[in-house]
Design a protein around this ligand. Structure first.
Ligand code: SDX
Length: 433
Protein backbone atom coordinates (compact mmCIF):
# COMPACT_ATOMS: atom_id res chain seq x y z
CA UNK A 1 0.00 0.00 0.00
CA UNK A 2 1.68 3.22 -1.20
CA UNK A 3 1.01 6.35 0.83
CA UNK A 4 2.24 9.96 1.06
CA UNK A 5 5.64 8.88 2.38
CA UNK A 6 6.56 7.05 -0.85
CA UNK A 7 8.51 9.49 -3.06
CA UNK A 8 7.81 7.69 -6.34
CA UNK A 9 11.57 7.08 -6.72
CA UNK A 10 12.93 3.53 -6.88
CA UNK A 11 16.15 1.91 -5.71
CA UNK A 12 17.65 -0.47 -8.24
CA UNK A 13 19.03 -3.80 -6.99
CA UNK A 14 21.04 -5.62 -9.60
CA UNK A 15 21.59 -9.36 -8.95
CA UNK A 16 23.35 -11.12 -11.81
CA UNK A 17 21.55 -10.10 -14.97
CA UNK A 18 18.34 -9.25 -13.12
CA UNK A 19 17.33 -5.79 -11.93
CA UNK A 20 14.80 -5.27 -9.16
CA UNK A 21 13.17 -1.99 -8.14
CA UNK A 22 12.36 -1.11 -4.56
CA UNK A 23 10.27 1.91 -3.49
CA UNK A 24 11.84 4.76 -1.52
CA UNK A 25 10.12 6.49 1.39
CA UNK A 26 10.94 9.83 2.99
CA UNK A 27 9.94 10.97 6.47
CA UNK A 28 8.80 14.42 7.57
CA UNK A 29 12.37 15.39 8.59
CA UNK A 30 13.89 14.18 5.32
CA UNK A 31 15.10 10.74 6.45
CA UNK A 32 15.05 8.35 3.48
CA UNK A 33 14.70 4.58 3.38
CA UNK A 34 14.45 1.77 0.86
CA UNK A 35 11.30 -0.25 1.53
CA UNK A 36 12.50 -3.89 1.33
CA UNK A 37 9.26 -5.57 2.45
CA UNK A 38 9.00 -7.32 -0.93
CA UNK A 39 12.74 -8.05 -1.30
CA UNK A 40 12.66 -11.75 -0.40
CA UNK A 41 9.46 -12.55 -2.27
CA UNK A 42 10.84 -10.85 -5.42
CA UNK A 43 14.55 -11.76 -5.22
CA UNK A 44 14.84 -14.67 -2.76
CA UNK A 45 17.41 -12.57 -0.90
CA UNK A 46 17.25 -11.07 2.60
CA UNK A 47 19.49 -8.27 3.93
CA UNK A 48 22.08 -8.79 6.68
CA UNK A 49 22.47 -6.02 9.27
CA UNK A 50 23.58 -7.29 12.70
CA UNK A 51 22.70 -4.74 15.38
CA UNK A 52 20.20 -3.22 12.93
CA UNK A 53 22.64 -0.33 12.32
CA UNK A 54 21.06 0.42 8.94
CA UNK A 55 17.58 -1.03 9.38
CA UNK A 56 14.38 0.88 10.09
CA UNK A 57 11.82 -1.28 11.91
CA UNK A 58 8.86 1.11 11.77
CA UNK A 59 7.63 4.59 11.04
CA UNK A 60 7.20 6.66 14.20
CA UNK A 61 5.86 10.11 15.08
CA UNK A 62 7.24 10.17 18.61
CA UNK A 63 10.92 11.20 18.52
CA UNK A 64 13.20 12.59 15.86
CA UNK A 65 16.94 12.60 16.39
CA UNK A 66 19.74 13.61 14.07
CA UNK A 67 23.07 12.19 15.21
CA UNK A 68 25.11 14.42 12.93
CA UNK A 69 23.37 17.68 13.86
CA UNK A 70 22.85 16.84 17.58
CA UNK A 71 19.08 17.26 17.27
CA UNK A 72 16.57 15.56 19.61
CA UNK A 73 12.86 16.45 19.36
CA UNK A 74 9.90 14.83 21.14
CA UNK A 75 6.71 15.11 19.05
CA UNK A 76 8.32 18.06 17.21
CA UNK A 77 9.42 19.99 20.32
CA UNK A 78 13.16 20.59 20.86
CA UNK A 79 14.53 18.80 23.92
CA UNK A 80 16.19 22.06 25.00
CA UNK A 81 12.78 23.80 25.22
CA UNK A 82 11.11 20.90 27.01
CA UNK A 83 13.92 20.53 29.56
CA UNK A 84 13.88 24.29 30.20
CA UNK A 85 10.13 24.93 30.45
CA UNK A 86 8.29 21.69 31.32
CA UNK A 87 7.79 19.27 34.17
CA UNK A 88 8.46 15.58 33.58
CA UNK A 89 4.73 14.81 33.80
CA UNK A 90 3.98 17.40 31.09
CA UNK A 91 6.53 15.72 28.81
CA UNK A 92 5.24 12.24 29.71
CA UNK A 93 1.77 13.44 28.63
CA UNK A 94 3.25 14.83 25.38
CA UNK A 95 5.11 11.61 24.54
CA UNK A 96 2.07 9.41 25.22
CA UNK A 97 -0.69 11.62 23.80
CA UNK A 98 1.17 13.50 21.04
CA UNK A 99 0.47 17.03 22.28
CA UNK A 100 1.43 19.17 25.29
CA UNK A 101 -1.40 19.28 27.86
CA UNK A 102 -3.27 22.49 28.66
CA UNK A 103 -3.70 23.43 32.32
CA UNK A 104 -6.94 21.44 32.73
CA UNK A 105 -5.49 18.34 31.03
CA UNK A 106 -2.32 18.54 33.12
CA UNK A 107 -4.30 18.82 36.36
CA UNK A 108 -6.45 15.81 35.36
CA UNK A 109 -3.34 13.80 34.47
CA UNK A 110 -1.62 14.67 37.75
CA UNK A 111 -4.77 13.72 39.66
CA UNK A 112 -4.91 10.40 37.78
CA UNK A 113 -1.27 9.69 38.68
CA UNK A 114 -1.96 10.52 42.32
CA UNK A 115 -4.98 8.17 42.33
CA UNK A 116 -2.70 5.32 41.19
CA UNK A 117 0.45 6.06 43.17
CA UNK A 118 -0.03 3.30 45.78
CA UNK A 119 0.76 -0.36 45.18
CA UNK A 120 -1.39 -3.21 46.52
CA UNK A 121 -0.36 -3.96 50.11
CA UNK A 122 0.17 -7.62 49.14
CA UNK A 123 2.86 -6.36 46.73
CA UNK A 124 4.58 -4.47 49.56
CA UNK A 125 5.27 -7.85 51.21
CA UNK A 126 7.11 -9.01 48.07
CA UNK A 127 9.99 -6.73 49.04
CA UNK A 128 10.54 -8.82 52.18
CA UNK A 129 11.14 -11.89 50.00
CA UNK A 130 13.99 -10.46 47.90
CA UNK A 131 17.40 -11.39 49.32
CA UNK A 132 19.51 -8.57 50.81
CA UNK A 133 21.49 -6.88 48.06
CA UNK A 134 18.94 -7.83 45.39
CA UNK A 135 19.42 -5.73 42.25
CA UNK A 136 16.97 -2.80 42.11
CA UNK A 137 16.60 -3.44 38.34
CA UNK A 138 15.66 -7.07 38.99
CA UNK A 139 13.12 -5.93 41.60
CA UNK A 140 11.70 -3.29 39.24
CA UNK A 141 11.33 -5.68 36.32
CA UNK A 142 9.76 -8.38 38.54
CA UNK A 143 7.33 -5.99 40.26
CA UNK A 144 6.20 -4.46 36.95
CA UNK A 145 5.45 -7.87 35.52
CA UNK A 146 3.54 -8.75 38.69
CA UNK A 147 1.31 -5.67 38.32
CA UNK A 148 -0.65 -7.41 35.57
CA UNK A 149 -1.76 -10.01 38.15
CA UNK A 150 -3.23 -7.24 40.30
CA UNK A 151 -4.82 -5.44 37.34
CA UNK A 152 -5.91 -8.22 34.99
CA UNK A 153 -8.37 -6.05 33.04
CA UNK A 154 -5.83 -5.85 30.25
CA UNK A 155 -8.22 -8.03 28.26
CA UNK A 156 -8.82 -4.99 26.05
CA UNK A 157 -5.38 -3.30 26.22
CA UNK A 158 -6.50 -0.24 24.29
CA UNK A 159 -9.68 0.34 26.33
CA UNK A 160 -7.71 0.24 29.60
CA UNK A 161 -4.59 1.84 28.08
CA UNK A 162 -4.87 5.25 29.78
CA UNK A 163 -5.36 3.85 33.28
CA UNK A 164 -2.61 1.27 32.72
CA UNK A 165 -0.22 4.01 31.55
CA UNK A 166 -1.06 6.07 34.64
CA UNK A 167 -0.57 3.05 36.92
CA UNK A 168 2.83 2.31 35.40
CA UNK A 169 4.05 5.92 35.54
CA UNK A 170 2.97 6.35 39.15
CA UNK A 171 3.57 2.90 40.62
CA UNK A 172 7.06 2.40 39.14
CA UNK A 173 8.14 5.53 41.02
CA UNK A 174 6.65 4.04 44.22
CA UNK A 175 8.25 0.63 43.63
CA UNK A 176 11.65 2.28 43.00
CA UNK A 177 11.49 4.28 46.24
CA UNK A 178 10.14 1.33 48.27
CA UNK A 179 12.92 -0.97 47.01
CA UNK A 180 15.49 1.59 48.22
CA UNK A 181 13.86 1.98 51.62
CA UNK A 182 13.61 -1.79 52.08
CA UNK A 183 17.27 -2.19 51.05
CA UNK A 184 18.20 0.19 53.89
CA UNK A 185 15.87 -1.45 56.41
CA UNK A 186 13.99 1.85 56.69
CA UNK A 187 10.22 2.15 57.15
CA UNK A 188 8.32 2.98 53.97
CA UNK A 189 7.20 6.54 53.24
CA UNK A 190 4.03 6.48 51.17
CA UNK A 191 3.28 8.86 48.26
CA UNK A 192 1.47 12.10 49.12
CA UNK A 193 -1.11 13.82 46.92
CA UNK A 194 0.16 17.27 47.81
CA UNK A 195 3.61 16.70 46.27
CA UNK A 196 4.59 16.84 42.58
CA UNK A 197 5.84 13.70 40.81
CA UNK A 198 9.54 14.39 41.46
CA UNK A 199 9.08 15.86 44.95
CA UNK A 200 7.03 12.78 45.87
CA UNK A 201 9.81 10.49 44.68
CA UNK A 202 12.51 12.31 46.66
CA UNK A 203 10.26 12.40 49.72
CA UNK A 204 9.49 8.67 49.48
CA UNK A 205 13.24 8.03 49.14
CA UNK A 206 14.59 10.22 51.93
CA UNK A 207 11.83 11.20 54.38
CA UNK A 208 12.29 9.78 57.87
CA UNK A 209 9.97 9.57 60.91
CA UNK A 210 12.73 11.09 63.01
CA UNK A 211 14.06 13.59 60.51
CA UNK A 212 11.39 14.82 58.05
CA UNK A 213 12.75 15.42 54.55
CA UNK A 214 12.74 18.99 53.34
CA UNK A 215 12.00 19.01 49.62
CA UNK A 216 14.76 21.00 47.89
CA UNK A 217 13.41 22.73 44.77
CA UNK A 218 16.88 22.73 43.17
CA UNK A 219 16.90 18.93 43.33
CA UNK A 220 13.27 18.71 42.20
CA UNK A 221 14.08 20.89 39.19
CA UNK A 222 17.18 18.84 38.37
CA UNK A 223 15.26 15.56 38.66
CA UNK A 224 12.53 16.86 36.34
CA UNK A 225 15.21 17.73 33.76
CA UNK A 226 16.99 14.38 34.09
CA UNK A 227 13.76 12.41 33.66
CA UNK A 228 12.71 14.57 30.68
CA UNK A 229 16.09 14.04 29.01
CA UNK A 230 15.68 10.27 29.37
CA UNK A 231 12.03 10.37 28.19
CA UNK A 232 12.50 8.78 24.78
CA UNK A 233 15.20 8.12 22.22
CA UNK A 234 13.50 6.50 19.19
CA UNK A 235 14.42 2.84 18.65
CA UNK A 236 17.19 2.33 21.22
CA UNK A 237 17.74 -1.23 22.45
CA UNK A 238 15.14 -1.15 25.26
CA UNK A 239 12.45 0.64 23.23
CA UNK A 240 12.97 -1.76 20.32
CA UNK A 241 12.56 -4.56 22.90
CA UNK A 242 9.24 -3.13 24.14
CA UNK A 243 8.02 -2.91 20.55
CA UNK A 244 9.04 -6.41 19.54
CA UNK A 245 7.60 -7.97 22.72
CA UNK A 246 4.41 -5.92 22.27
CA UNK A 247 4.18 -6.95 18.60
CA UNK A 248 3.23 -10.44 19.84
CA UNK A 249 0.19 -8.69 21.42
CA UNK A 250 1.84 -9.02 24.84
CA UNK A 251 0.26 -6.79 27.50
CA UNK A 252 1.83 -3.43 28.39
CA UNK A 253 3.10 -4.51 31.84
CA UNK A 254 5.06 -7.47 30.46
CA UNK A 255 6.34 -5.39 27.51
CA UNK A 256 7.64 -2.72 29.91
CA UNK A 257 9.20 -5.41 32.11
CA UNK A 258 11.12 -6.64 29.04
CA UNK A 259 12.25 -3.08 28.29
CA UNK A 260 13.57 -2.72 31.85
CA UNK A 261 15.59 -5.90 31.39
CA UNK A 262 17.13 -4.63 28.14
CA UNK A 263 17.96 -1.25 29.72
CA UNK A 264 19.83 -3.06 32.52
CA UNK A 265 22.73 -3.89 30.19
CA UNK A 266 26.01 -1.99 30.81
CA UNK A 267 26.21 -1.01 27.15
CA UNK A 268 22.79 0.65 27.46
CA UNK A 269 21.12 2.10 30.54
CA UNK A 270 23.51 0.32 32.91
CA UNK A 271 26.25 2.68 31.69
CA UNK A 272 25.31 5.48 34.12
CA UNK A 273 26.12 3.16 37.03
CA UNK A 274 29.34 2.00 35.31
CA UNK A 275 30.42 5.63 34.74
CA UNK A 276 30.14 6.36 38.47
CA UNK A 277 32.05 3.18 39.35
CA UNK A 278 34.73 4.15 36.81
CA UNK A 279 35.05 7.71 38.21
CA UNK A 280 35.18 6.41 41.81
CA UNK A 281 37.87 3.87 40.83
CA UNK A 282 39.96 6.59 39.16
CA UNK A 283 39.53 8.78 42.25
CA UNK A 284 40.53 5.94 44.60
CA UNK A 285 43.65 5.35 42.51
CA UNK A 286 44.71 8.99 42.86
CA UNK A 287 42.96 10.53 39.87
CA UNK A 288 45.11 9.10 37.08
CA UNK A 289 42.39 9.36 34.41
CA UNK A 290 44.93 9.28 31.53
CA UNK A 291 45.55 5.58 32.31
CA UNK A 292 41.90 4.92 31.46
CA UNK A 293 42.08 6.91 28.24
CA UNK A 294 44.97 4.67 27.16
CA UNK A 295 43.12 1.52 28.27
CA UNK A 296 40.09 2.59 26.20
CA UNK A 297 42.31 3.08 23.13
CA UNK A 298 44.13 -0.25 23.51
CA UNK A 299 42.56 -2.71 20.99
CA UNK A 300 43.73 -5.61 23.20
CA UNK A 301 42.02 -4.17 26.27
CA UNK A 302 38.23 -4.77 26.46
CA UNK A 303 37.84 -1.64 28.63
CA UNK A 304 35.71 1.09 27.11
CA UNK A 305 35.46 4.67 28.36
CA UNK A 306 31.95 4.26 29.76
CA UNK A 307 29.63 7.18 29.08
CA UNK A 308 31.36 7.81 25.76
CA UNK A 309 30.22 6.90 22.28
CA UNK A 310 26.81 6.34 20.77
CA UNK A 311 25.24 4.33 17.97
CA UNK A 312 23.49 7.34 16.53
CA UNK A 313 25.19 10.51 17.84
CA UNK A 314 28.38 11.05 15.86
CA UNK A 315 28.47 14.55 17.32
CA UNK A 316 27.62 15.86 20.80
CA UNK A 317 24.68 14.19 22.56
CA UNK A 318 22.36 17.20 23.11
CA UNK A 319 21.20 15.68 26.39
CA UNK A 320 24.75 15.57 27.74
CA UNK A 321 25.19 19.32 27.26
CA UNK A 322 22.06 20.05 29.33
CA UNK A 323 22.98 17.49 32.01
CA UNK A 324 26.52 18.89 32.29
CA UNK A 325 25.12 22.42 32.81
CA UNK A 326 22.58 21.09 35.35
CA UNK A 327 25.41 19.26 37.10
CA UNK A 328 27.31 22.51 37.62
CA UNK A 329 24.13 24.27 38.87
CA UNK A 330 23.12 21.52 41.31
CA UNK A 331 26.61 21.00 42.76
CA UNK A 332 27.06 24.77 43.17
CA UNK A 333 23.67 25.03 44.91
CA UNK A 334 24.70 22.19 47.24
CA UNK A 335 28.17 23.71 47.86
CA UNK A 336 29.68 20.64 46.17
CA UNK A 337 31.20 22.49 43.18
CA UNK A 338 34.60 21.05 44.07
CA UNK A 339 33.30 17.46 43.79
CA UNK A 340 36.43 15.47 42.79
CA UNK A 341 34.44 13.10 40.59
CA UNK A 342 33.03 16.01 38.58
CA UNK A 343 36.56 17.34 38.15
CA UNK A 344 37.77 13.91 36.92
CA UNK A 345 34.80 13.64 34.52
CA UNK A 346 35.54 17.06 33.04
CA UNK A 347 39.25 16.21 32.65
CA UNK A 348 38.38 12.92 30.96
CA UNK A 349 36.03 14.70 28.55
CA UNK A 350 38.56 17.40 27.74
CA UNK A 351 41.37 14.94 27.01
CA UNK A 352 39.18 12.50 25.07
CA UNK A 353 37.67 15.21 22.86
CA UNK A 354 41.18 16.18 21.73
CA UNK A 355 42.50 12.65 21.26
CA UNK A 356 42.63 11.35 17.64
CA UNK A 357 41.31 7.92 18.71
CA UNK A 358 38.06 9.44 19.96
CA UNK A 359 37.88 12.10 17.27
CA UNK A 360 38.31 9.58 14.41
CA UNK A 361 35.51 7.42 15.87
CA UNK A 362 33.20 10.34 16.65
CA UNK A 363 33.13 9.40 20.32
CA UNK A 364 31.52 12.06 22.52
CA UNK A 365 30.15 11.97 26.07
CA UNK A 366 26.61 10.56 26.01
CA UNK A 367 23.58 10.93 28.29
CA UNK A 368 25.15 8.67 30.91
CA UNK A 369 28.42 10.51 31.41
CA UNK A 370 27.35 13.22 33.88
CA UNK A 371 23.90 12.06 35.04
CA UNK A 372 25.23 9.87 37.84
CA UNK A 373 27.08 12.79 39.43
CA UNK A 374 23.75 14.58 39.89
CA UNK A 375 21.95 11.48 41.18
CA UNK A 376 24.79 10.96 43.67
CA UNK A 377 24.49 14.60 44.82
CA UNK A 378 20.77 13.93 45.44
CA UNK A 379 21.73 11.00 47.69
CA UNK A 380 20.57 8.33 45.25
CA UNK A 381 22.84 5.24 45.50
CA UNK A 382 24.80 4.13 42.42
CA UNK A 383 22.91 0.84 42.13
CA UNK A 384 19.70 2.84 41.56
CA UNK A 385 21.02 4.98 38.70
CA UNK A 386 19.66 2.67 36.01
CA UNK A 387 16.33 2.55 37.84
CA UNK A 388 16.26 6.35 37.44
CA UNK A 389 16.92 5.89 33.72
CA UNK A 390 13.94 3.49 33.58
CA UNK A 391 11.64 5.99 35.36
CA UNK A 392 12.58 8.59 32.75
CA UNK A 393 12.29 6.24 29.75
CA UNK A 394 8.94 4.82 30.84
CA UNK A 395 6.69 7.33 28.99
CA UNK A 396 8.69 6.73 25.80
CA UNK A 397 8.26 2.97 26.12
CA UNK A 398 4.51 3.40 26.74
CA UNK A 399 4.16 5.75 23.74
CA UNK A 400 5.97 3.34 21.41
CA UNK A 401 3.91 0.36 22.62
CA UNK A 402 0.68 2.24 21.87
CA UNK A 403 1.94 3.52 18.49
CA UNK A 404 2.91 -0.03 17.53
CA UNK A 405 -0.55 -1.35 18.53
CA UNK A 406 -2.30 1.43 16.55
CA UNK A 407 -0.16 0.96 13.41
CA UNK A 408 -2.01 -1.14 10.77
CA UNK A 409 1.41 -1.99 9.29
CA UNK A 410 2.52 -3.68 12.54
CA UNK A 411 3.34 -7.38 12.11
CA UNK A 412 4.81 -9.66 14.79
CA UNK A 413 8.54 -8.90 14.94
CA UNK A 414 10.43 -11.89 13.52
CA UNK A 415 13.83 -11.15 11.90
CA UNK A 416 15.36 -13.66 9.45
CA UNK A 417 18.92 -15.10 9.54
CA UNK A 418 21.52 -16.72 7.32
CA UNK A 419 22.19 -20.28 8.51
CA UNK A 420 25.91 -21.18 8.69
CA UNK A 421 25.65 -24.43 10.68
CA UNK A 422 26.27 -28.06 9.61
CA UNK A 423 24.49 -29.24 6.48
CA UNK A 424 22.15 -32.27 6.66
CA UNK A 425 23.99 -35.32 8.05
CA UNK A 426 22.96 -38.93 8.92
CA UNK A 427 21.77 -39.57 12.50
CA UNK A 428 24.27 -41.50 14.69
CA UNK A 429 22.80 -43.70 17.45
CA UNK A 430 24.30 -43.03 20.88
CA UNK A 431 26.15 -46.37 21.08
CA UNK A 432 28.06 -45.39 17.91
CA UNK A 433 29.09 -41.84 18.96
C1 SDX B 1 22.64 4.67 25.91
O1 SDX B 1 20.64 3.85 21.45
C2 SDX B 1 20.40 4.79 22.27
O2 SDX B 1 19.78 5.78 21.95
C3 SDX B 1 20.92 4.54 23.70
C4 SDX B 1 20.72 5.70 24.66
C5 SDX B 1 19.25 5.96 24.93
O3 SDX B 1 18.92 7.10 25.29
O4 SDX B 1 18.47 4.98 24.90
O5 SDX B 1 21.31 6.89 24.16
C6 SDX B 1 21.33 5.37 26.02
O6 SDX B 1 22.66 3.47 25.90
C7 SDX B 1 23.89 5.50 25.76
C8 SDX B 1 25.16 4.61 25.56
C9 SDX B 1 25.63 4.13 26.94
N1 SDX B 1 26.72 3.15 26.81
C10 SDX B 1 28.00 3.46 27.08
O7 SDX B 1 28.38 4.58 27.43
C11 SDX B 1 28.97 2.28 26.97
C12 SDX B 1 30.23 2.72 26.23
N2 SDX B 1 29.93 3.01 24.82
C13 SDX B 1 29.97 1.94 23.92
O8 SDX B 1 30.18 0.66 24.30
C14 SDX B 1 29.50 2.21 22.50
O9 SDX B 1 29.88 3.48 22.16
C15 SDX B 1 28.01 2.04 22.26
C16 SDX B 1 27.54 0.70 22.75
C17 SDX B 1 27.26 3.11 22.96
C18 SDX B 1 27.76 2.16 20.76
O10 SDX B 1 28.35 1.05 20.18
P1 SDX B 1 28.35 0.88 18.57
O11 SDX B 1 27.52 1.91 17.91
O12 SDX B 1 28.05 -0.56 18.30
O13 SDX B 1 29.83 1.26 18.19
P2 SDX B 1 31.01 0.23 18.12
O14 SDX B 1 30.99 -0.64 19.35
O15 SDX B 1 30.97 -0.43 16.79
O16 SDX B 1 32.29 1.20 18.23
C19 SDX B 1 32.83 1.80 17.06
C20 SDX B 1 34.32 2.02 17.39
C21 SDX B 1 35.03 0.73 17.85
O17 SDX B 1 36.41 0.89 17.58
P3 SDX B 1 37.05 0.13 16.24
O18 SDX B 1 36.65 -1.33 16.36
O19 SDX B 1 36.40 0.83 15.04
O20 SDX B 1 38.52 0.36 16.36
O21 SDX B 1 34.43 2.93 18.50
C22 SDX B 1 35.04 2.25 19.60
C23 SDX B 1 34.90 0.76 19.34
O22 SDX B 1 35.94 0.03 20.00
N3 SDX B 1 34.31 2.66 20.80
C24 SDX B 1 34.87 2.96 21.97
C25 SDX B 1 33.81 3.36 22.81
N4 SDX B 1 32.66 3.28 22.14
C26 SDX B 1 32.97 2.86 20.89
N5 SDX B 1 36.18 2.92 22.36
C27 SDX B 1 36.40 3.29 23.65
N6 SDX B 1 35.44 3.70 24.51
C28 SDX B 1 34.15 3.74 24.14
N7 SDX B 1 33.19 4.14 24.98
Amino acid sequence: MLDQYFTGEKAEVRIGDQVFYLPIIQGTEGERAIDIRKLRSETGYITMDSGYMNTGACRSSITFLDGEKSILNYRGYAIEDLAEHCSFIEVAYLLINGMLPNIVELKQFSRQLNNHSMIHEDMVHFFDRFPPGASPMSILSSMVNTLCNFYPEMTDPLESFNITAARLLSKLRTVAAFSYRKSKGHPLTYPRHNLSYCANFLNMMFDSPVNPYLVDNVLVGALNKLLILHGDHELNCSTATVRIVGSARTNLYASISAGISALWGPLHGGANQEVMEMLEKIHREGGNYRKYIEKAKDPKDPFRLVGFGHRVYKNHDPRCRIIKKTCDEVLAALNMADDPLLAIAKELEEVALHDPYFIERNLYPNVDFYSGIIYRAMGIPTNMFTVMFALGRLPGWIAHWREMWDDPNTRIGRPRQVYVGPQLRPFVPIDQR
